[in-house]
Design a protein around this ligand. Sequence first.
Ligand code: ADA
Length: 551
Amino acid sequence: MERLFEPHEIRKSRVCPSLWTLTTPDAGGLEKPEKVIVPSVWESHPALRRYRGRGIYEQEIVCGGNVRFFFGGVSFRARVSVDDVPLAEHYGAYTGFDALALGLAPGRHCLRVEADNRFDADSALHMPNDYYAYGGLHRPVTVEELGNAYISQCRITPRRMGDGWTAEAEIALRNLTARPLAGTLSLTVAETRRQMDIRLRGEETATFAFSLPCGQPQPWSPETPALYTARAVLSLGGQPVDDWIDRVGFREIRVEGKQLLLNGAPLRLRGFNRHEEYGSFGLAVPPQAMAQDIQLMREMGANCVRTCHYPNDPRFLDLCDEMGLLVWEESHARGLSEERMRHPLFMEQLRLSTREMVEQHGNHPCVFIWGCLNECADDTEYGAACYRETLSLLRELDPSRPVTAALLERPGGRVYADMDVVSFNLYPQWYREASVTEALNRKKQEIGENGGRGKPLIVSEIGAGAIYGYHDPLGEAKWSEERQCAVLREQIAAVLADPDVCGLFLWQFADVRVDEEWFMQRPRTYNNKGVVDEYRRPKMAYRTVRALFRE
Ligand code: ADA
């Protein structure tokens, strides 16, 4: 997996060359194959801005032996083959997956990936929505040459023990051969190292647990985002054959009454919802733009970001770890009705997105809460059961972080009691004229009467739209920058003044493209509620938010 540091010193891992050949066999595609850069979305190509279909990416790779390809993100369905031998299929744009080719002859091989962004009957999560379902290989592809066994997973959880910290780790090893293997596995975190003997049966994947006392490292926090290196090494027959490097931030998140505590101190969260998208690069946000986004959000006084409505590029999370921005990350699902949740593949696809998110991103100290199911049917028995199952899955996969879901403003919610933190989206003064304080009080009362009393509350969305550069000096016209400022001023002031609310995520950081089916409510086919536009040009609201967040 491509990270912003070296994830391996022993494993032979490299990013695939960036020039691939793209063929688009469906209507509206390219006339003939063309060379394109990966990562990218095909909508960046002027001839493919509205192409919905298959994109076939081909690349010649020189490799041999046991080869593992890792795809950071393919939108939104993928089929992988090497030399015409099918290796893997995957659904879901926003999490990575791998494809193993065992025993390849050393030399040139043709790696072929078919990406498909058609809304077919088998797609429960990807559908025309208030953000664009792009096509293509939008995150890096890596190629790794493995030996007989490798480290397939390494989860590290910091725990506070008395005055000090312990790193608890679960490391999965996979034997790629049919015979038993024996060796050692070591783990070093900060300055502490432990080693154990291991045995693997033929073709087995087994998990080994470590508990490392780490003394008193500097804890991770937004103000001091201290990171320590963790390194697992697998040796067979006395020889190191594989390794896994990650970073650990020592911090503890806890819910106590109506507060969320980070290392024992109450959090006052103020930040943004951010879609993973940048202007004409779409979902393939260049790392320099990721870093700039974090700088802009911090400059406005934000200490947190929500990755609405899906898991993000691990490089964005690496930057948040480094720069001390707290992250609410959620698995993929936005605005699905009960009918849609009854799609036969819905729970399977949601479970996959949830599992892959936690497995791939669970080590990031910046992630302080897991979310799921933004604005789905939490008011019906069936919908509530889906929420409960997903919240339990999150807890089972990671008992160390609280769980939540951003719910609709409308009454009738049935899952307040099932969440550690109750979160809701509100749009008074934009979709409705209601006063912000009244809307807040109404929702709080309803939550309190239906199982959520005494829990921490987060306003997970609130905001208003403006088209960049459109001005109404009287501040009255909807879509003017002045009106957006006036609404945001009232919304932010009311939420920050409410002692029951411990967090606020503005909707939204930047304007984003939406699927064409949404054009009636979305001028330019963009969701225009950003405080910066899709190229990060600040609207007037930038100054308004900065003044209120920094107060
Ligand atoms: C919802 C939803 C967002 C966006 C927003 C809006 O709350 O969660 O994805 O659609 O409304 O702009 O109306």
